[in-house]
Ligand binder design. Structure first.
Ligand code: FAD
Length: 464
């Protein structure tokens, strides 16, 4: 059984790892870029600063994933371990994440507006199923929180109106509110900060997030990984792939982790599957600010921050030098911020002006005091960054994935399966692993088909 893997990101590498682990050596991996890692790659700029494609946080829903990380990086000093310190910048102050349970930090009138909205929820008909993500926000958090944080923040991240998004992806990604906690926090002047699956995370000590995937690739048989190979056409009848360099290869099974829309475009599908699926995505502009000096005290232990307001273009900024001191050449005199700005056809961004807008936003939100603190800016534009869970997605997606499977083509990974709810690094790697287990051992692919199961907090322990 000849297995071909398209794409050397976490998903493709996960498939290659698991096939090898199971003793199935008949596989080849083809990646268009000159290194493995995909969206989880890291880059060192000419001045020695390391950058991720947006701050990547490694956490896991799977014991298999944890074991693999321990195999690849056996020493504790391979990692920097973090207690998450996430915040939202609102009303000229930092509010601890999740905002919804720490609203007493907001100005009194806004705190009351949020509280009133939550109290009013009691009168809502609990049986109404929200028609879209906007309604889900209003119904779960009340009008005040929706207005001041959840609606503007989500528009900034997704780059689509919340009325166009489904809410079934939410899973363990959005903290629900708890009135008792909110009031207790207010009365005792406390904050709730430990919610969520990423409340603790780790980061590679050296070489950014991408070092995880470079190390994984280095532990696979090198002669099976083919870099600089871009797939340009796929014949389903012949089960043959052609690359831009004219080379061809055949497969019995294909694991494709390239964007599903691209897979459709280059495959000779027959009607009704031959038309480009109207799947939505958003893009992200990344600006890495390489800074002189040291972070101000109020940023010195922060991990990342959310920005719902319109005084800056970014939705999130990571204090990247706090993840590892080795992300900058000299931590005693340098530090770094990684800023992310989303874009879609409904939220246009002026590419020529975005960097200046980011710098101005960093000044407006007090991330930096002076533009002279900037040594240089590293920039990256990622066209396919977020697979959008819009309301029409599943109706198009599921039949297409199943149709490909009938041709022995498994489209998996963040943009392969187009499922944001299982689109993180651990999910993507496991989609590759589960593909291998499926074709070798007829096991179910849980991640791609049952996101709620794997995102359930108890899933990891159940599968130890
Ligand atoms: C801004 C941002 C922040 C993120 N933050 C986090 C985070 O904090 N934590 C987390 O766990 N995850 C995070 N992620 C998600 C993480 O990057 C993905 O989960 C992961 O990279 C997906 O792996 P993949 O293998 O499915 O896809 P990809 O990483 O996209 O890999 C696909 C590979 O296919 C290759 N390819 C494409 N077309 C072709 C072709 N025609 N021929 C050959 N090769 C091709 C690409 O070059 C790429 O290497 C973030 C993503 C973004 C964009």
């Amino acid at each position: 059984m000849n297995v071909v893997i398209l794409g050397g990101g976490p998903c493709g590498l996960g498939a290659a790892w698991r096939l090898t682990e199971c003793g199935h050596d008949n596989w080849e991996l083809y990646e268009q870029d000159s290194q493995c890692g995909g969206l989880s790659s890291s880059f060192q700029d000419d001045d020695g600063f390391w950058w991720d494609i947006g701050g990547h946080v490694l956490f896991s829903h799977y014991s298999y994933f944890d074991d693999l990380m321990a195999t690849l990086f056996p020493n504790d000093n391979d990692w920097i371990f973090h207690e998450r310190e996430a915040w939202a910048w609102m009303q000229d102050r930092f509010i601890p994440y999740p905002v919804q349970n720490n609203i007493h930090n907001l100005p009194k009138n806004i705190f009351w507006e949020c509280l009133e909205g939550i109290i009013d929820l009691k009168e809502r008909n609990q049986d109404n199923v929200p028609a879209h993500f906007g309604e889900w926000i209003d119904a779960g958090f009340g009008k005040g929180l929706a207005k001041w944080f959840l609606r503007p923040y989500n528009y900034k991240v997704w780059a689509y109106p919340v009325e166009e998004l489904d809410w079934s992806w939410v899973g363990d990604r959005v903290a629900t509110i708890d009135l008792k906690t909110i009031l207790r926090n207010y009365l005792y002047n406390k904050n709730s900060i430990s919610w969520g699956p990423n409340s603790q995370f780790r980061f590679p000590a050296n070489g950014g997030t991408g070092s995880i995937w470079r190390t994984l690739a280095d532990n696979l048989p090198g002669n099976k990984i083919h870099l600089g190979y871009q797939a340009v056409s796929i014949s389903l009848k012949k089960r043959e792939i052609e690359f831009q360099n004219g080379k061809k290869t055949c497969f019995d099974y294909l694991l494709s982790s390239i964007p599903l829309t691209k897979l459709v475009e280059i495959s000779d599908l027959e009607a009704p599957y031959d038309k480009p699926p109207q799947l939505k995505q958003s893009s992200v502009h990344i600006a890495g600010l390489a800074l002189k000096g040291s972070p101000p005290d109020y940023l010195s232990t922060k991990c990342w921050m959310y920005f719902p307001e319109d005084n800056c273009p970014f939705y999130r900024v990571t204090v990247f030098s706090n993840y590892s001191p080795n992300n900058v050449p000299d931590i005693t005199s340098q530090w770094s911020l990684l800023c992310e700005v989303s874009e879609s056809p409904l939220k246009k961004v002026d590419h020529n002006h975005v960097t200046e807008d980011i710098i101005q936003g960093a000044l407006n939100t007090k991330l930096i005091a002076d533009r002279n603190d900037i040594h240089h800016v590293w920039q990256s534009f990622v066209k396919d960054a977020y697979p959008t869970p819009d309301l029409n997605r599943n109706g198009m997606l599921f039949p297409l994935l199943r149709h490909f499977e009938k041709q022995h083509i498994f489209s998996r990974g963040r943009f392969g399966s187009w499922r944001y709810e299982v689109g993180n690094m651990d999910h993507s790697l496991m989609q590759g692993v589960e593909f291998a287990d499926h074709i070798l051992k007829s096991k179910d692919e849980v991640t791609v088909w049952k996101p709620n199961t794997v995102n359930n907090p108890g899933y990891k322990d159940m599968n130890k």
